[in-house]
Design a protein around this ligand. Structure first.
Ligand code: NAG
Ligand code: NAG
Ligand code: NAG
Ligand code: NAG
Ligand code: NAG
Ligand code: NAG
Length: 492
């Protein structure tokens, strides 16, 4: 196994708590008493809303846009922790990281925190055939080296055989040699096995759909794609969609003046790649040479377009098999970056259950370590009754209805080698963040990893950004505000 990679979007430096995009679509009305609906859950790794359906003018994503055009598209969906394993365990169990107690890659919740049910497990227990293809759970200890089999899945999960080459020397550099690079456009005929993991996953998912066509039981199929997670290893023809001269730079490349050092992500995982190492970029603040910034963005966008074609193949197969009208499609990333719907990924569990007509798990008591089946998120089903988006489904009421919570651990107050992904024992500080329609508010507080306890009277730093006047979060207003009071007011 290569070292676990936290995937983080490459293009955002300094902001650690971030949102992802979720589109949920259902082409039929759920009628649980008659026809059970199938579920296709597509999980993408590190996709920010660089998609046409989120208004991006450069990125070509026709297939995902087409799905979004007849789906409910969330504009502000937030991951509970912007790291692969904690985020996936959180939304697949419907519990927050403080309940799964997974902030790194190194523990299995069933033995470490509580024997929590998962979304696929719940569907399996309700008569569904449940199947996993590609990266759904993060591989490794965090899913007991089995993607949580046998609890979550009816069959052993599928992993593409070419996955093992993702981080190896398969990228042809300008010197003609093969390298383990960040930027890795490839000739697919030329790489080991002549294929790429996401292509294999699509093919396997289509084979499973074909089998399910005649199944008496409904299915829950989760397909986890690797791209656009780094390295950007994609068929080189996708690069042509994005000539370098057309690539814009980030509008705010500088480290903001008021950013507390604890909030800064030194992107150590990117620095390990051979092409980045050769640039000798200073640690921790950079900067990355402008030409290389452009190339990173080009390859990120090309990876998104490559991913989009895989999603297109999968959805076409669903159509061709005439399964589209009986299948709920949920499309989400584990994290990425924000783009007036304010939702959290922990709500995926109750929402999918509700859409499929299953009983929605009850709200979790506090604490809920002893409860196997409950939800910390919300059932977003009511949003689907307002298909006309001109109507406002967010009826004014309890403002807490409109808050998303996220968190991120740090080993120290200043950026260091393991700041992106500290192991549990090294966590000294936890950033807790609230996002409302109007602002993002974060406090970085002392944290005791032995007791899993945050100490809110030990504030290391704070951040406050107003969405309307500072959408890119470059002007930290924390010191100008009654920070701590606000936080106390809003903690659940
Ligand atoms: C579900 O199907 C039954 C039987 O066909 C019908 O009576 C009922 O109205 C349907 N419910 C919904 C919500 O469509
Ligand atoms: C955990 O949950 C699974 C699935 O419901 C069950 O089979 C298993 O016995 C439970 N384990 C414990 C220790 O309760
Ligand atoms: C985790 O996997 C090991 C080895 O396959 C197995 O013995 C153990 O029972 C699993 N843990 C749980 C909680 O199922
Ligand atoms: C690049 O930009 C030029 C000028 O705006 C435009 O005409 C061209 O279509 C763009 N190329 C691509 C591939 O988007
Ligand atoms: C890398 O940069 C540092 C200063 O940031 C410099 O001292 C060192 O010589 C450089 N190394 C190489 C190989 O260029
Ligand atoms: C879906 O469409 C197919 C073919 O058009 C049809 O045979 C099937 O009954 C439809 N299923 C539902 C649930 O509407």
């Amino acid at each position: 196994m290569p070292p676990p990679r936290t995937g983080r979007g490459l293009l955002w430096l300094g902001l650690v708590l971030s949102s992802v995009c979720v589109a949920l679509g259902s082409e039929t009305q759920a009628n649980s008493t008659t026809d059970a609906l199938n579920v296709l859950l597509i999980i993408v790794d590190d996709l920010r809303p660089s998609l046409g359906c989120y208004g991006d003018k450069l990125v070509r994503s026709p297939n995902i846009d087409q799905l979004a055009s007849h789906s409910l598209l969330f504009q502000n969906a937030f991951a509970q922790q912007a790291v692969c394993a904690p985020s996936r365990v959180s939304f697949l169990t419907g519990r927050r990281p403080d309940t799964t107690r997974l902030y790194d890659f190194n523990s299995y919740w069933r033995v470490h925190a509580g024997n929590f049910s998962t979304i696929p497990q719940y569907f399996k227990e309700n008569g569904y055939v449940t199947m996993s293809v590609g990266k759904v759970f993060h591989p490794g200890i965090s899913s007991n080296h089995t993607d949580d089999s046998p609890y979550s899945w009816s069959f052993p999960p599928y992993h593409p055989s070419s996955e093992k080459y993702e981080n190896t020397k398969t990228c042809r550099g300008p010197d003609g040699e093969l390298h383990a690079n960040l930027l890795c456009p490839v000739d697919v005929l030329d790489v080991p096995e002549g294929t790429l993991p996401d292509k294999q996953s699509t093919e396997q998912a289509i084979r499973l759909l074909e089998k399910m066509k005649t199944s008496a039981s409904p299915f829950f199929l989760a397909v986890g794609y690797h791209k656009p997670h780094i390295p950007f290893r994609y068929p080189k023809e996708f690069q042509k969609l994005y000539p370098l001269e057309n690539i814009t730079l980030a509008p705010d490349p500088e480290v903001p003046d008021g950013l507390p050092p604890v909030a800064y992500n030194p992107w150590m995982d990117i620095r390990q790649r051979e092409d980045v190492q050769a640039l000798n970029i200073s640690v921790p603040y950079g900067p990355i040479p402008v030409d290389f910034q452009r190339k990173i963005r080009q390859s990120y966008f090309a990876s998104v377009s490559y991913l989009d074609t895989q999603v297109g193949r999968l959805l076409s197969a669903l159509d061709d098999l005439q399964l589209a009208n009986s299948t709920i499609i949920a499309f989400t990333s584990d994290h990425g970056r924000q783009s007036m719907d304010l939702v959290e990924l922990v709500s995926l569990f109750p929402t999918l259950a509700g859409l499929a007509g299953l009983q929605v798990p009850p709200r979790c008591p506090v604490p809920s370590f002893h409860v196997e089946l409950c939800r910390e998120g919300k059932n977003l089903l009511k949003h689907f009754r307002f298909r006309d988006l001109e109507e406002d489904p967010y009826l004014p009421g309890n403002p807490r209805e409109l808050i998303a919570y996220s968190q991120y651990p740090r080993p120290s107050d200043i950026p260091q080698w393991n700041s992106d992904k500290p192991s549990l024992k090294d966590i000294k500080i936890m950033g807790y963040s609230i996002r409302t329609i109007d602002y993002r508010y974060t406090v970085w507080v002392g944290f005791n990893p032995d007791e899993f306890l945050a100490n809110f009277s030990d504030i290391h730093a704070g951040e406050l950004y107003f969405v309307d006047s500072d959408p890119l979060q470059d002007h930290n207003m924390y010191n100008d505000s009654q920070g701590g009071d606000l936080f106390q007011l809003l903690m659940p």
